[in-house]
Design a protein around this ligand. Structure first.
Ligand code: HPA
Length: 271
């Protein structure tokens, strides 16, 4: 990622607000309502920020929302960019660098995902303990600027152990039975075939989705601490005898939004 590109984007944001956010939150499909909980909200449309692509997915608003949550200064992405929209991986990782350069130290990345682990049920939340990059591309391919991050970033601790512990403690306190597992990214936009889901299980994936991995790679690159949370919106293809659709994904994330909001707010409090 080119440093001048990041600087140009944050300079625009700094003309709107001088708030320095500490925590960044990327809100996945159907989970955007958390942004309503921010106090003293400032909204910045992606389309106004230099260098960002525009978001096209239904249920994704397409804006940064900056404000206060649980006493912390927070920047949220209400809507994210996807690889399947035709964005390069590099382009869709830019918001992560923007949040880093605005001051963010901890990044919470959320998504809607299909449950591959048969002990999961729709409506479960899953703490991501690791991922498999089955999109087989990487946002860091290309020229590397050492000032932004190293050429060969370590991915052993991509999901921060301290943040995972906070999330587990919050789950215990709220008694909401949050699961833990490995997230595997496919490119989409097709949902997977049953054979691909059997493969995912053999490879060690517990949940499958079409996002998150490029952002987490970028976050590791620029040394952000990451917590990943998947909302299991449906059982993945072939597990149940029924077809998948986006309406079901949005419907389940809507059903769990209160549990999800409560979980994230209490995590932010403890960060
Ligand atoms: N597969 C891929 N992405 C998803 C799914 C799924 O089953 N559910 C929500 N996002």
């Amino acid at each position: 990622m080119n440093k001048d590109t990041i600087i140009q984007s944050i300079e625009y944001i700094k003309t709107i607000t001088d708030i320095v956010p500490e925590v960044g939150i990327i809100l996945g499909s159907g989970l955007g309502e958390l942004a309503e909980e921010l106090r003293q909200k400032i909204i910045i449309k992606y389309s106004d920020v230099p260098n960002l692509p525009t978001s096209t997915v239904k249920g994704h608003a397409g804006q940064f929302v900056i404000g206060e949550l649980a006493g912390k200064k927070v920047i949220m992405m209400q809507g994210r960019f996807h690889y399947y929209e035709g964005n390069s991986m590099e382009a869709l990782s830019l918001p992560v660098y923007i949040m880093k350069y605005l001051g963010v130290k901890d990044l919470i990345v959320t998504n809607a995902a299909g449950g591959v682990n048969t002990s999961f049920i729709p409506g479960d939340l899953m703490i991501i303990k690791d991922h498999i990059n089955f999109a087989l591309n990487n946002p860091l391919i290309g020229r590397n600027e050492e000032g932004v991050g190293p050429r060969f970033p370590d991915m052993c601790c991509a999901y921060d152990k301290g943040l995972i512990n906070i999330a587990k403690n919050v789950s215990n306190t709220l008694n909401i039975g949050v699961k833990e597992g490995v997230y595997l990214m496919m490119t989409g936009p097709t949902y997977e075939t049953p054979a691909e889901i059997r493969m995912t299980r053999i490879l060690g994936g517990d949940a499958v989705g079409m996002s998150t991995v490029p952002e987490v790679i970028a976050a590791s690159h620029c040394n952000l601490k990451v917590l990943g949370i998947s909302c299991i919106t449906n059982m993945a293809a072939g597990i149940l005898d029924k077809p998948l659709n986006h309406a079901e994904v949005v419907e389940t994330s809507n059903k769990v939004k209160d549990k999800f909001k409560n979980f994230i707010i209490n995590i932010v409090k403890k960060i």
